[in-house]
Design a protein around this ligand. Structure first.
Ligand SMILES: [Zn+2]
Length: 328
C-alpha cells in the first residue's frame, strides 16, 4: 500500500513532525542532544518483512548522500537535503524537508552535531525509522575534540576515517535489507578500494609541499582531521561551527600569526561567507604583509555538477590540488 492510500495519515504524521520541529527550535541551545545510537543498536523493528525496492533514503549533506549512493547502488533512492554551497551548521529543515524525512524508509546524516540546527529533530525522527549518524560509530580515540570535549564533526577530511563511515552505512543497509547484504558488501569493498587510492593520492601530492609552507588558514576550523592525516598545521578564523561570530581579537591574532610565519596564501570555503577572510587580508596588508586567497576549498558541502567536486572523491582531489598549487 502506497502512502497515497492514506492522505489523512500522512497529513497527521506530517503535522506531528512539524510540531516536533517547532518545539525543537524553541528549546534552548544548551539542552543536551541525545546522540543517535550506533548502527548495531539502532532499532530496525520498523522494518517491513522485506525491504522496499528501492529503499527511500533521505540524507542531509552531499558527502553523506554520496556515501549512501556508493554503497547502496541501485537498491536505494537517495534524496539529499543540502545542495552545493549550503552550510550544514546553520541549515534549518524546511517544511518540505520535514515532508521528505517523514516519508523516508531510512535517514542518514553526518552527526556529532554537524547538523546543529537539526540535531533535536533528527534525534526525534529516530523513534519512527532507522536514523543513522554515519560519523558517530567511529571509535572516540580516533576523533578530535575541542576544549569543551565536543567531538569535531568534520571527519570526512581524513579519507581513512570516511572509509570507516562507509562501513557503517553498509552495516545499516545490510541490517535493514538482509536479502541484499551481499551486494552492499561488494559495493563497500569496491568503494573502499577507491578511497584507499584517494588517500594515497592526497598523501603523495601533499608531501611535495616544503616544510615551512605546510600551514593552512581557512574560514572555519573544518580542516583539523585533514591536518592530522596529511601533516599540515591548520588554523580557522571561526571555530568548529560557523554558528559563532569571529571576534576582532581572533582575527588580529591570525594576522599576527600570518605575518610572523610569512604565510602568503589563505583559503576561502564554498559554504562559508568570505567576510572574515577579507578582514584578515586587510589586517595583513596594513602590516605590509600581502596575503592572497589561495583558492576556494569545499569544506562542508560538495560542489555543483560543473565544479568537478560534486562527489566526495572529486571534492578531496579539488582540495588537495588547490592546496598544493597555492602552498608549494
Ligand atoms: Zn564545519
Amino acid at each position: 500500500m502506497g502512502s497515497a492510500a492514506h492522505p489523512l495519515v500522512s497529513f497527521v504524521s506530517l503535522a506531528i513532525l512539524l510540531l516536533a520541529l517547532t518545539a525543537g527550535c524553541e528549546k534552548s541551545a544548551s539542552s543536551s542532544i541525545s546522540a543517535i545510537p550506533p548502527a548495531d543498536s539502532i532499532d530496525f523493528t520498523f522494518r517491513r518483512k522485506s525491504a522496499p525496492q528501492p529503499i527511500k533514503i533521505v540524507c542531509t549533506t552531499g558527502m553523506v548522500a554520496d556515501l549512501v549512493r556508493n554503497v547502496g547502488g541501485d537498491e536505494v533512492e537517495v534524496t539529499q537535503l543540502m545542495g552545493a554551497g549550503v552550510d550544514p551548521h546553520l541549515y534549518k529543515a524546511s517544511p518540505g524537508d520535514v515532508a521528505k524525512l517523514s516519508s523516508a524508509d531510512m535517514v542518514f546524516f553526518s552527526g556529532w552535531h554537524l547538523e546543529g540546527k537539526m540535531s533535536e529533530f533528527l534525534a526525534r525522527l529516530s523513534a519512527s525509522r532507522p536514523s543513522v549518524a554515519v560519523a558517530e560509530g567511529i571509535k572516540s580515540e580516533k576523533l578530535l575534540s575541542d576544549e569543551q570535549g565536543l567531538h569535531d564533526p568534520h571527519l570526512w577530511f581524513d579519507v581513512q576515517l570516511w572509509s570507516l563511515a562507509a562501513a557503517r552505512v553498509k552495516e545499516a543497509l545490510a541490517r535493514f535489507d538482509p536479502e541484499r547484504a551481499e551486494g552492499y558488501e561488494q559495493r563497500l569493498a569496491d568503494y573502499q578500494k577507491r578511497l584507499e587510492e584517494l588517500d594515497q593520492y592526497a598523501r603523495e601530492k601533499l608531501a611535495t609541499i616544503p616544510p615551512q609552507y605546510r600551514v593552512m588558514v581557512t574560514a572555519h576550523d573544518a580542516f583539523r582531521y585533514f591536518g592530522r592525516a596529511y601533516d599540515l598545521e591548520v588554523r580557522g578564523i571561526q571555530g568548529l561551527s560557523t554558528d559563532s561570530e569571529a571576534g576582532v581579537r581572533q582575527i588580529n591574532e591570525l594576522v599576527d600569526f600570518l605575518v610572523a610565519r610569512k604565510i602568503k596564501a589563505v583559503f576561502v570555503e564554498s559554504s562559508v561567507s568570505d567576510q572574515n577572510m577579507r578582514s584578515l587580508l586587510e589586517g595583513c596588508a596594513a602590516q605590509n604583509h600581502p596575503v592572497v586567497i589561495g583558492g576556494e576549498l569545499y569544506s562542508d558541502a560538495l560542489g555543483s555538477e560543473a565544479s568537478g567536486a560534486s562527489t566526495y572523491e572529486g571534492m578531496v582531489r579539488h582540495n588537495v590540488d588547490t592546496i598544493v598549487k597555492a602552498l608549494e
